[in-house]
Write a protein that binds this ligand. Structure first.
Ligand code: ASP
Length: 356
């Protein structure tokens, strides 16, 4: 069955931006912008009913927060009851976080949700926007395609694992650990996302939470001074999650007082995750200079990008706050690497959802 009803959810982002008095801002006339490009003729040849659903307000994705992910996930759930496929236009700055969050919030989908973005506005010269939009729409329209995915610069990607690597040229994204799902026009059925989906009402409630999560990322660099850092950490008792970016394969500078503080915070409930600062950073415990924390106090996040480490934790802790995941489940889900998810298509070894 070929897809007939497609919808474009336009969140903002450079793809639809226009110059304003203070710089580029999302334009309110995406449809007219599309009409002024060669995409218009191509769209007329398609046998679709294509609708446009702009967010209110439209956003530069730099202004997005977890509350926006929850709201967007709720909107996607609602719209998928009305249409056969969705294309989400987003900014490139935080696309990696949003894609990961949608994957963990929407669970297994039987319809496609294809995210796309661009480095240059649709109406700019030599823009990458028309081609990206065309790829996203074409892919979303293919029979059998399902799940959250990204369509960028001729390639389709799993929602986890991409990092923004370039602010001007394309490809704008690259992935340290995973490869594109398909190239060109092949039909791709994504592996089922984790069975963690909740209702759109719940997602909307989460978007309005008065107690948002506090998650920080801290690169462990040679410039950190131990007594100063340990004093700062002493005041971080309200922090929910901390992603430590270790040196090399997860090593740490000598910061005894700071690590003593971190151990104390971890015992009080702070979630600490360890990734590497390296572009491809496999973690290992072969060095004496490894992170001087007891294994029970932190999670190793092998082959995880900072974006997935953060977005996934924000989603998992939100599920946990709602009583939908146990401590052990958060730990297990947080540590699964994107390559594993893409390879197996399932969370083998992960316990099924249950509250503790
Ligand atoms: N600042 C823009 C955004 O993320 C950048 C882009 O879309 O490329 O919305």
């Amino acid at each position: 069955m070929s897809v007939k009803r497609l919808e474009l959810i336009y969140t903002g982002g450079t793809l639809g931006m226009l110059p304003g008095t203070q710089g580029l801002t999302p334009g309110h006339d995406l449809w007219q912008q599309i009409q002024s490009t060669p995409l218009s003729a191509w769209l007329q040849q398609q046998d679709w009913a294509l609708s446009l659903h702009p967010l209110d307000p439209l956003l530069d994705s730099s202004h997005m927060q977890p509350a926006h992910w929850f709201k967007l996930a709720a909107l996607i759930q609602q719209r998928l009851t009305q249409v056969d496929a969705l294309v989400v236009v987003h900014g490139t700055d935080t696309l990696s976080w949003t894609a990961c969050a949608l994957y963990w919030l929407l669970g297994a989908l039987d319809k496609p949700v294809v995210l796309t973005a661009a480095q240059r506005p649709l109406t700019a010269e030599n823009s990458d926007a028309p081609a990206n939009l065309q790829l996203a729409l074409s892919h979303a329209s293919m029979a059998g395609t399902q799940g959250v995915m990204l369509a960028l610069h001729g390639e389709i990607w799993h929602p986890e694992g991409l990092r923004k690597i370039d602010t001007q040229h394309w490809p704008a994204f690259a992935a340290p650990y995973v490869t594109p799902l398909v190239s060109g026009a092949a039909v791709q059925v994504l592996p089922p996302a984790p069975e963690l989906a909740v209702s759109s009402e719940t997602l909307m409630n989460w978007s309005q939470r008065p107690d948002p999560l506090r998650i920080l990322r801290l690169p462990l660099t040679p410039g950190l001074e131990d007594s100063w850092l340990s004093q700062q950490l002493a005041g971080w008792s309200q922090l929910d999650g901390l992603i430590l970016e270790g040196l090399g394969s997860g090593n740490a500078p000598r910061l005894p007082a700071s690590f003593a503080q971190l151990a104390r915070l971890a015992r009080q409930g702070l979630w600490i995750g360890l990734i590497s600062q390296c572009w491809r950073g496999q973690l290992s415990d072969q060095y004496a200079a490894q992170l001087p924390l007891d294994d029970s106090l932190f999670c190793r996040l092998p082959e995880q990008t900072p974006e997935t480490a953060e977005a996934r934790l924000a989603c998992l802790l939100t599920y946990k706050k709602a009583g939908l995941l146990s401590h052990a489940q958060v730990k297990t889900y947080w540590a699964i690497n994107a390559r594993e998810l893409q390879k197996s298509g399932s969370l083998d070894g992960a316990p099924g959802p249950a509250a503790d």
